[in-house]
Design a protein around this ligand. Structure first.
Ligand code: ADP
Length: 177
């Protein structure tokens, strides 16, 4: 009987590390919601800001990293890092147990499903877990936030103050709110 419970509850000395990868260009409150949820479930959360040569980000890798770091200072078990190359190799390098991805709507599912299964093919040991943000963030994307900011709309409900200011300086007077 005790063996049964032992299997379900691994010794607490095992450190559970999860990687949350993404572009975060820029980080939104939806991303932060996922980070907060993951930080309550895992011992260590590494937010991996991806360098992707195929995408032309608005913010540099270093800027995106700083913007996330500023918003997770209160979460003691969250680190922010940058990476390039294969995600599964990065997860191994960090001794990670799993990858977290956010699922907003059915529209996210197909791409995320494909990616999760491809990553499993590349490395059987790396599990992908999906987390849903608070309903009010389920329509939020970095892409939309950039578009609203570039047109002078108010993004303060969707991003942190620092991100709002960074958008403002990038788009000039347009993102004035
Ligand atoms: P990528 O370019 O890898 O899709 P993103 O920065 O757009 O990177 O998103 C990183 C992860 O966060 C993805 O799993 C994405 O589905 C998820 N995500 C993005 N926006 C939200 C949101 N509003 N709520 C929850 N998850 C989100």
């Amino acid at each position: 009987m005790s063996g049964f419970f032992f299997t379900l509850n691994p010794p607490s000395s095992i450190m559970r590390t999860v990687i949350y990868p993404g572009s975060f260009d820029p980080p939104t409150n939806g991303h932060l919601d996922v980070i907060q949820r993951a930080s309550r479930l895992f011992d260590r959360v590494i937010v991996g800001v991806a360098r992707n040569e195929n995408k032309q980000p608005l913010f540099t890798l270093a800027e995106r990293r700083t913007l996330i770091e500023e918003s997770v200072v209160d979460l003691g078990n969250v680190e922010v890092d940058v990476f390039e190359g294969l995600l599964v190799e990065y997860v191994e390098k960090q001794n990670g147990n799993a990858v977290i991805r956010g699922l907003r709507a059915v529209s996210d599912f197909e791409f995320e499903f494909q990616m999760a299964l491809m990553n499993r093919k590349l490395n059987e040991k790396v599990e992908t877990l999906f987390m849903m943000p608070r309903a009010s963030y389920s329509f939020l994307s970095s892409h939309l936030v950039k578009e609203i900011a570039s047109l002078g709309g108010d993004v303060s409900a969707f991003v942190t103050q620092s991100v709002r200011k960074a958008l403002q300086s990038r788009f000039g007077k347009a993102a004035r709110n």
